[in-house]
Design a protein around this ligand. Structure first.
Ligand SMILES: C[S@@+](CC[C@H](N)C(=O)[O-])C[C@H]1O[C@@H](n2cnc3c(N)ncnc32)[C@H](O)[C@@H]1O
Length: 298
């Protein structure tokens, strides 16, 4: 893998995306404008991927240092596992279509996680799990368990990030009608930091109680946990989030992602505008941390 650090602002970010979509590969983009974003551009076997960093607008070196530091954690491994995950999804998609395979992958994974902890929903999730499994051969089902393992590896190595949201966008699965264009993670991170502050003050009852009414893949929730973690606070004890989305795939993506990060959360399949609720998914951190009682007391 080769890479270069570039200074980039949102215009450059858009240009990078355009080049990528046009199949062009960039090794370096020089930008003389004041630094609003520092980006690490990775050129990896013809596949351009990049992390964009929100850096100080006036301190170029600091921004670039931030990008460099992040890239030390973003070694080639997450990309290798990410690529393996995409290959498996594409392999299964040849017979079933990407929409179906992606939706089934996240739902099967969610059912397994939920059934490990939430006995109240066990029967419903188990019957759904078996209904989905019937669509696939034994060999294909083996790929699903391997994909969950790969996702856990990608997430572990990538650290805090909107891994599933990024994958969803890469595979072009978003519904334009529902405005399913997810916020780039560094922007979510900046928004969380602006909202919560660099040194968040714990409320008297001991936890932040947040609502994400249009959660997408849960990127903003991950960014909240990231912000608390950076401030030296244990988000698994001091953060609870209620996430809502009208789209079932988004509910599953959020549930899977926040569950793997062990964020206490309830992920609601519902309409945040009308208040309708069709289903509730409780993360392992919510169940094991007895957050039901904690929320009732609050
Ligand atoms: C632009 S995306 C933003 C997702 C996420 N907050 C982010 O920043 O990455 C908007 C999300 O809102 C969801 N949505 C649209 N209308 C909704 C509604 N009435 N209730 C709940 N979710 C809704 C869509 O399915 C989509 O996932």
């Amino acid at each position: 893998m080769r890479g270069v650090v570039v200074q980039a602002n949102p215009t450059v970010y858009a240009a990078l995306r355009k080049r990528r979509e046009a199949g062009l590969h960039s090794e370096a983009i020089a930008e003389s404008q004041p630094l609003a974003w520092a980006a690490w551009l990775v050129v990896d076997e013809g596949d351009v991927a990049f992390n964009v960093f929100v850096g100080p607008a006036d301190a170029g070196d600091t921004g670039i240092e931030m990008a460099r530091r992040q890239c030390k954690t973003g070694t080639s491994e997450p990309w290798r596992h990410r690529r393996a995950l995409i290959e498996k999804l594409r392999h299964l998609a040849r017979r079933h279509g990407m929409d179906r395979v992606f939706a089934d992958f996240i739902e099967l994974s969610c059912c397994s996680l939920s059934n490990a902890v939430d006995k109240s929903q066990f029967a419903v999730r188990e019957s759904r799990y078996h209904e989905i499994r019937k669509r696939y051969t034994t060999e294909e089902l083996q790929h699903f368990s391997e994909m969950l393992a790969l996702l856990a590896l990608v997430m572990e190595e990538a650290g805090f990030d909107d891994v599933l949201g990024g994958l969803f966008m890469t595979l072009d699965l978003g519904s334009k009608r529902s405005g399913q264009v997810f916020t780039p993670y560094p922007v979510s991170r900046m928004m969380a930091m602006v909202t919560m502050g660099a040194s968040p003050e714990l409320p008297p009852h001991g936890f932040f109680n947040a609502i994400e009414p249009a959660c997408g893949a849960g990127g903003i929730v991950v960014a909240m946990a990231d912000t608390l973690h950076q401030a030296g606070m244990n988000y698994q004890r001091h953060l609870h989030v209620t996430c809502i989305d009208i789209d079932l795939r988004c509910v599953h993506m959020t549930y899977l992602q926040v569950s793997l990060l062990h964020i206490p959360a309830i992920v609601v399949h519902g309409n945040a505008l009308s208040g309708e609720v069709w289903d509730r998914w409780y993360t392992p951190a919510h169940v094991l941390g007895r957050w039901g009682a904690r929320l009732d007391r609050h």
